[in-house]
Design a protein around this ligand. Structure first.
Ligand SMILES: [Cu+2]
Length: 624
């Protein structure tokens, strides 16, 4: 009996403990594709194919993903695994996180970088995407599912649904047009379409009586999206890799970067028609809505080939205000509120024009500017200077966290747009989340400070939840605030940024430097890390400006452009830019960016601003 017991015990542990290694070889390159059926363009494929594969692993597995840059032009790349902690206590994990110039050098053409990590403690729905410019918008993205042998819910079928917005031009062209003095309001590029599993007009088959697990991921660059079901319920069971107490709804909301898994129970009896699953853009995020833009699409929930198809629903009837509010969800495995904080970081989000006429995005007064050396390289080669903030440069918004402190991040939105914020290396409790204020109202930018309701610690808007929701990406509502808490238990260099990639390109990012002295003990560069830096001609040691003789010499450090002189506003720029655009591009561009209401040709403003631009070394084309 004794023998039998130990044998059974052995078999059991063996079956639990066997972790697989997934070796994946991917070469990224441009391929031709026509995702929306309207326009063939270049997309980023792996091994010559697009869309990219979903990656499936089990809890505890190891991933060895060799990413080779196979672009034939000068495109560099890198890969991030969104939501994975890359637990640095396991050793050399931070250099697997992916953001270019934060935790690694960009992979230049011809180079290969090995992403090599285990997933010991997380389960659920994650994704991978390029973390280099707005590159993932051209399709360098896919689902990363960590399966759990002990999933706390049951279903018959599993489906992965990626949502995305789609641009007909490639990301470099769109970025160039966006980050331009000809777009002084910072109007985000308007996508040409939204994709559902990287295509359009999808039909999903349903069998009466069966239950489906749908893993929804918003892998887009910009717009949030709703999913609304006609006459069916969704039960939310997992959010950003966290199991939640079941929440029944007919609509969900996903910002860029967010994930939600829901159970959908098919009709018990064969119905007489098919039903609609509506995929709907959050149109409040668009500065202008071109008449040809299709704001939603109808996915067929098909019970039978011979049944009549569902008609598109009227969006006004969908009652999207009822979409699940993540602030009121509760994790299934109870984690109590972190009742106090040791260190508070308050960040005011603003969008402002600088002296080059471009609209930038700021945390407090700083817009992120890429340093000359990845922040991880600076940290690991700085020896005893590691805690001296000066060596990291003043344009990465570095925040220093002490090991195991409880950190509170307060985000106040001095902007009328929605911003989904994402933290690498952690998830966080959402302890306060205000609604949006003055949403959709037209007001002058100079009035923004009056519109914003910042967090007031002495009078929180809501009671603190006993068991707050935990996510890795949270939406900061227009003119509102959120308050996040987490324990600084994962020493690292963690990027914190808006997941509207256009806003990230505008500099809406910060770097959390967490327990840097502990990290120095845990992390050493592998050869591969050094090789790709050398290939990219990026120093592997030195401060943010690349100097290692004098660590306080920041000569040559890339910095944000000079501010606008006092008294000059966006409106002033508009007068200049609109008149310039008319000269250069014609009226079409103005209509496209929704700034046509501004009256151009204010001669005085025009000439003064031309002079300012000239002082900032900006070349201004002559107008007609
Ligand atoms: Cu944003």
């Amino acid at each position: 009996m004794m023998l039998l017991c130990s044998f059974v015990w052995f078999v059991l542990t063996a079956s639990v403990a066997v972790a697989k290694t997934h070796t994946l070889n991917y070469t990224a390159s441009w391929v031709r594709a026509n995702p929306d059926g309207l326009h063939e363009k270049k997309m980023i494929g792996f091994n010559g194919e697009w869309p990219l594969p979903d990656i499936h692993v089990e809890k505890g597995d190891r991933v060895e993903l060799y990413l080779t840059n196979g672009f034939q032009d000068d495109t560099a790349t890198s890969l991030h695994f969104h939501g994975l902690f890359q637990n640095t206590s396991l050793g050399n994990q931070l250099q697997m996180d992916g953001p270019s110039m934060v935790t690694q050098c960009p992979i230049v053409p011809g180079q290969t970088y090995l992403y090599n990590f285990t997933v010991p403690e997380q389960v659920g729905t994650f994704w991978y995407h390029a973390h280099m410019g707005a590159q993932y918008g051209d399709g360098m993205r896919g689902a990363f599912i960590i399966h759990d042998p002990e999933e706390p819910f049951e279903y018959d079928h599993e489906r992965i649904i990626t949502l995305a917005d789609h641009y007909h031009e490639d990301y470099k062209a769109v970025t160039k047009e966006f980050l331009s003095r000809y777009n002084p309001t910072g109007a985000e590029p308007i996508p040409q379409n939204i994709l559902f599993n990287n295509t359009m007009n999808v039909t999903l088959d349903f069998t009466p009586g069966e239950t489906y697990l749908f893993r929804f991921l918003n892998t887009g660059l910009f717009v949030s999206q709703y999913i609304f079901l006609e006459d069916h319920e969704m039960t939310v069971v997992e959010v950003d890799g966290i199991y939640v107490k079941p929440n029944v709804t007919d609509s969900i909301y996903l910002s860029a970067g967010q994930r939600m898994s829901v159970l959908i129970k098919a009709k018990n009896k064969m119905p007489t028609r098919n039903y609609a699953m509506m995929q709907i853009m959050d149109e409040t995020m668009l500065d202008a809505i071109p008449s040809e833009l299709q704001l939603n699409q109808t996915i067929q929930m098909r019970y039978g080939h011979s049944l009549p198809n569902a008609r598109a629903l009227n969006i006004e009837d969908c009652d999207l205000d009822r979409a699940t509010n993540d602030f009121y969800l509760e994790p299934l495995i109870e984690r109590h509120l972190l009742t106090h904080y040791d260190h508070q970081i308050v960040m005011d989000v603003r969008m402002l024009n600088l002296g080059d006429g471009v609209k930038y995005a700021f945390f407090n007064n700083i817009t992120y500017v890429t340093p000359k050396v990845p922040t991880l390289s600076t940290l690991l080669t700085s020896g005893k200077l590691v805690t001296d903030s000066r060596i990291y440069g003043d344009n990465i918004n570095a925040q220093f966290l002490n090991h195991n402190d409880i950190i509170e991040v307060v985000l106040n939105n001095y902007d009328s747009g929605r911003h989904p914020f994402h933290l690498h290396g952690h998830n966080f409790q959402i302890v306060q989340k205000s609604p949006g204020f003055h949403v959709g109202e037209n007001y002058d930018e100079s009035e923004q400070d009056r519109m914003t309701v910042p967090y007031d610690e002495s009078a929180p808007l809501q009671p603190f939840p006993e068991r707050p929701m935990v996510r890795d990406t949270v939406v900061l509502e227009p003119s509102g605030h959120v308050v996040l808490r987490f324990r600084a238990d994962n020493p690292g260099v963690w990027y914190f940024h808006c997941h509207v990639d256009w806003h990230l390109q505008q500099g809406l990012a910060s770097v959390f430097i967490e327990a840097p002295t502990v990290l120095q003990e845990r992390e050493t560069f592998n050869e591969n890390y050094l090789d790709i830096c050398k290939a990219a001609r990026i120093p592997v040691t030195g401060n943010a400006a690349g100097h290692s003789n004098d660590w306080f010499d920041l000569n040559g450090l890339p910095r944000q452009p000079k501010p606008l002189p006092k008294g000059f506003t966006t409106e002033g720029y508009l007068a200049l830019i609109v008149s310039t655009i008319i000269g250069v591009w014609g009226l079409f561009s103005i209509a496209q960016y929704g700034i046509g209401e501004v009256i151009p040709n204010d001669e005085k403003v025009y000439h003064t601003l031309r002079e300012i631009l000239a002082e900032n070394d900006v070349e201004v084309p002559t107008t007609n």
